[in-house]
Unconditional design. Structure first.
Ligand code: HEM
Lengths: 365, 566
């Protein structure tokens, strides 16, 4: 499998230029998001403490109105189609009544424009970022995830890709914009400064098609789990804010931020969905890793530091899923577990690669 | 089970509407046979109920979700020390443990007692996972039985008031009640619901794959546990260093080191095979910032199996081991073996052959030890001779600490040696590390001025020991490869269990178990009120969509005469 691929210096150069351009555009997007939050705070968001409950009734009605407004096309017996008004389905939710906030821009027109600009900039940066990763891959004729610089760039690419994908699917996730651009800037900043490695071929231990499978699934998992972790953190804040408002207190100094976020219930649900969706993929990544380890090192599991921390992370997320199914552990405690599990994932990535030596240490970090 | 309790409370009439609502919503969360949790405060303690009571209480606790959660959390924390403290499991680990003990004379014994050098076989780690698996068994068996029964019984009957359910809709139609119900049953069955037409209402349920998947997942974890146990009990692995041109036959005495599981029969269980290392090739990055990084390792072998009648040729690479029966042969390392000829004080050849030197850094700066047990000195006295030194494949000059190689492949090889004479200590009967020279009972050769004797050698060069004590000729260099030969049963079972677990997990997480009820009630005017309700976990938003879809379909047969507008 040793391909004497000549490293195409030109492409590698282009990859680097694209990466710096992407970072510049991400920075602009980050600033636009910041301004969106700042300008949005001037808008009056009508959330009085008593209004929380009223709002939920209103939202139920709104939900119902939306449901009845949807019309579906059904086939008639005659073979043609006809449009039916959908029956009104009433949905009620359990627990604390709450309403999703209006988003970072609040009701401020200018803030909204800034927010849209930020999203467009993110999309532009994503294209540059994607180009950079592809150029890197082509320059070495292998998957562009053979060392930590490449893992990091692929990691944030996936995070942004997931975020933009959700937006494209018309999911209301613009509140993720600021956390995503922040994390991407930090991650890429580290990548181009501390972790930078010249474009090059693989060490023999990495030279296997399992590299495609194992590493790509691990990267996708990590990127999506990051979004889940962001939602879990925001859930914790929003939950406290909502509890305070219901108790008649004001929401603290950052109330203007919390009230514009989706409701605690929505955030919690989002976090759960992401984590539950990714958990099987992460499980698969670990199994694929074990198969590869068996082929490369003669054992499928040897308690190498990287293996230990994936085990810890995996069990952490399993505990989170259990917590969600256990009365008394739902909500805040489950969210803490999810965050601990994600911290383990991060440590497995940065901590183990940099501070602990094991079989997984290779290729200039 | 959950439903009977709910209906009972609903009928008692003493509960408030709020309570009933809550019950209904909680039902949604219980669309699995997950054990119901009592509030920690409210459950009766074990006080005063005797030993049986205690045991029962303990068992209930152990098999509760709360304890399972706790044990999972503990397991993940307990795994952490293994990544921070060196572990004895592997041969390199053993070395690191010794080093650690030397550096930390007080912590070492303490860690030893706590089992920190072997976390994954330690009593406390085992206790956690054994408890977890006992808990799992105690949880899974009843749940499987319950699930089996649920599959045989009907979906739970419709609650009295469907509009109390989280998702519901209702309309009036002129169509006859029985016709509505028949249509509803047909539609639900077509949608692969298990539907049962009962007293004026259809009860339907779907998504049993969720529960089945969840059970398969948990049961597969046992398969995984068994596989790991088998792998531990019946495994064997050893290392062997083979110089180009040399061979290896799979028997215990041939290994450099060998370890096997408690139930492995060292004599009987070793597969019969052997091989010769014909050629070893390596390549390294020649330029750029990654200069010296490995690019290729390949070992060409001629091997035989069974009675050795026929031989085959093969190439082993880092990611592609050779498989012989149940045994796999991995290429795990490489190095250089300078070939030397040592003559004693009488001019007789005392040693001839390659000497494997152990790499110390990424550029293969290697340490060499040559032991010559049969040596006669210049005066005809029998004694022993030893050399230690360094070999570098690419000489770049010497520093104060000796030679350091500049590149891992053979560009400018050099050997630097010093020599001792005396007792090698190999006759004591104790096994000795061939890569270490014990100089306690030996005396280093000295130059005329009294300085220690040492010399740089290039290939073809010869070194003469002071006082005519003999010579060492550096005649050439061979490469050697290091192989790990390992036999680990249970791999197939592990893979099968893991795949099954993954499949179960996917079903368990992505399939929604949900219930739908359709009730038709005749009105005084001769029409029928159709009410429908759905129940699923609160995580699911799809139930509303699905209920709407079903309602739309049902509209074909039960056309609304007057839609309910509030
Ligand atoms: C060996 C350790 C265990 C692991 C790794 C594990 C893992 C998991 C995972 C990942 C899930 C989420 C998938 C799903 O929701 O179906 C789950 C669910 C579940 N586990 Fe476990 N589990 C373990 C032990 C146990 C034990 C000891 C119990 C019982 C006391 C248990 C009971 C359950 C139940 C009831 C669910 C389903 C909850 C629901 O309906 O959502 N598990 N488990």
């Amino acid at each position: 499998m040793f391909v004497a691929a000549e490293v195409n210096d030109n492409l590698a150069q282009i990859s680097n230029v694209l990466m710096y351009s992407a970072m510049a555009v991400y920075t602009l997007s980050f600033l636009a998001h910041c301004m969106e939050w700042v300008f949005g705070s001037r808008s009056r968001v009508a959330v009085q403490s008593a209004a929380l409950a009223a709002a939920s009734r209103a939202s139920e009605a709104a939900e119902a109105a939306k449901a009845s407004a949807v019309s579906v096309t059904v086939a008639t017996r005659g073979g043609g189609t006809m449009t039916l008004e959908r029956p009104r389905v009433v949905t009620r939710s359990a627990g604390r009544p709450a309403k999703d906030g209006p988003g970072a821009a609040g009701t401020d027109q200018r803030a909204d424009v800034l927010g849209r600009m930020a999203v467009s900039l993110t999309a532009l940066a994503f294209v540059l970022h994607f180009g950079s990763v592809v150029a890197r891959g082509v320059s070495v004729q292998r998957p562009p995830w053979g060392n930590m610089y490449e893992f990091s760039t692929a990691f944030s690419l996936m995070a942004v890709g997931t975020y933009l994908g959700l937006l494209l699917a018309k999911r209301p996730v613009r509140w993720l914009g600021l956390p995503v651009t922040t994390a991407v800037l930090l991650d890429l900043g580290l990548a181009v400064s501390v972790l930078y490695t010249e474009s090059d071929q693989l060490v023999p231990a990495l030279d296997s098609y399992w590299l495609w499978i194992h590493v790509s699934t691990a990267i996708i998992s990590g990127a999506a789990l990051y979004l889940g972790a962001v939602a879990a953190v925001l859930y914790l804040f929003k939950d406290r804010y909502e509890a305070a408002r219901l108790a008649g207190r004001d929401g603290g100094r950052l109330a203007t931020v919390w009230q514009r976020l989706p409701s605690a219930a929505s955030l919690d649900k989002f976090a759960y969905r992401v984590n539950a969706l990714i958990f099987p993929l992460y499980t698969f990544a670990i199994i694929a890793g074990a198969i590869w380890a068996e082929a490369a090192w003669g054992r499928y599991w040897g308690w190498d530091p990287k293996e230990i921390w994936s085990f810890v992370t995996w069990v952490g997320y399993a505990a989170y899923l259990h917590a969600r199914a256990t009365a008394g552990w739902k909500g805040r405690r489950a969210a803490y577990l999810a965050l601990i599990a994600f911290a383990c994932f991060l440590f497995n990535y940065y901590g183990v690669n940099i501070f602990i030596t094991g079989k997984h240490s290779y290729a200039g970090v | 089970m959950a439903d009977s309790t709910r209906t009972a409370t609903a009928e008692s009439g003493a509960v408030t509407e709020q309570e009933r609502d809550d019950e209904l919503l909680q039902d949604a969360e219980r669309l699995s046979s997950a054990p119901r949790e009592e509030d920690p405060g409210e459950g009766p303690g074990p006080v005063g109920i005797g030993l049986v009571g205690w045991l029962r209480w303990f068992w209930r606790q152990l098999t509760s979700m709360r304890v399972a959660l706790l044990l999972l959390f503990l397991l993940s924390i307990a795994a952490i020390p293994g990544s921070l403290v060196p572990q004895e499991g592997t041969s390199e680990g053993q070395f690191k443990v010794l080093e650690f003990k030397e550096q930390h004379p007080t912590l070492g014994p303490l860690y030893d007692r706590l089992g920190l050098f072997d976390v994954y076989s330690s009593a406390w780690f085992s206790a956690i996972y054994i408890l977890l698996f006992v808990s799992l068994a105690g949880c899974i068996l009843p749940r499987s039985w319950q699930f089996f029964q649920a599959l045989r019984s009907r979906p739970p009957a419709a609650p009295r008031n469907l509009s109390r359910l989280p998702v519901h809709t209702t309309w009036e139609t002129a169509v006859d009640r029985d016709e509505v119900l028949a249509a509803a049953t047909r539609i639900l069955k077509r949608r692969r619901f298990r539907a049962h037409l009962g007293d004026g209402a259809v009860a339907a349920e779907k998504g049993y794959l969720r529960e089945a998947g969840n059970l398969v997942f948990h049961i597969s974890l046992f398969g995984l546990l068994v596989a790991v146990a088998l792998g531990h009990l019946f495994s064997a692995s050893g290392n062997k260093l083979v110089v180009e041109g040399d061979g290896f036959a799979n028997s215990l005495t041939q290994y450099d080191d060998f370890s096997s599981g408690p139930l492995y029969d060292d004599e009987a269980d070793l597969d019969a095979f052997g091989f010769t290392l014909d050629d070893f090739r390596s390549a390294f990055e020649e330029s750029g910032s990654q200069r010296g990084t490995a690019r290729k390792f390949e070992a060409d072998l001629t091997y035989w199996t069974g009675d050795g009648e026929r031989t085959k040729k093969t190439t082993i690479k880092v990611n592609s081991p050779l498989k012989v029966g149940g045994t796999k042969i991995y290429l795990v390392g490489f190095g250089y073996a300078p070939v030397v000829t040592v003559r004693d004080g009488q001019g007789q050849v005392a040693y001839q052959g390659p000497v494997a030197c152990l790499p110390q850094d990424a550029n293969t700066t290697s340490t060499c030890v040559i032991k010559v047990p049969d040596y006669v000195d210049e005066n005809g006295k029998k004694t022993q001779l030893g050399f230690t030194g360094t070999f570098v494949p690419t000489f770049g000059g010497a520093t104060e600490r000796g030679m350091v190689s500049q590149f891992p492949s053979l560009k400018f090889p050099a050997l630097f040696l010093t020599a001792y004479r005396g007792d090698l200590g190999i006759d004591s009967g104790l096994p000795q590390n061939v890569y270490q020279l014990k100089t306690k009972n030996m005396k280093q050769f000295k130059k005329a001025n009294g300085d220690p004797f040492a010399k740089y050698l290039l290939p073809e060069e010869k070194m003469e020991l002071p006082g005519g004590a003999g010579t060492l000729e550096f005649t050439g260099i061979k490469e050697y490869a290091q192989f790990e030969v390992s036999e680990k049963p249970g791999k197939g079972l592990a893979l099968a269990s893991a795949s099954l677990a993954l499949l179960g997990l996917i079903c368990s997480l992505f399939v929604q178990r949900r219930r739908v009820w359709v009730r038709a009630t005749p009105t005084e005017g001769g029409g029928t009120v159709v009410s429908m309700a759905g129940l699923a976990r609160s995580e699911s938003a799809k139930i509303a969509e699905e209920l709407a879809d079903i309602a739309v379909e049902l509209h074909d047969d039960a056309e609304p005469s007057r839609s309910e507008k509030e």
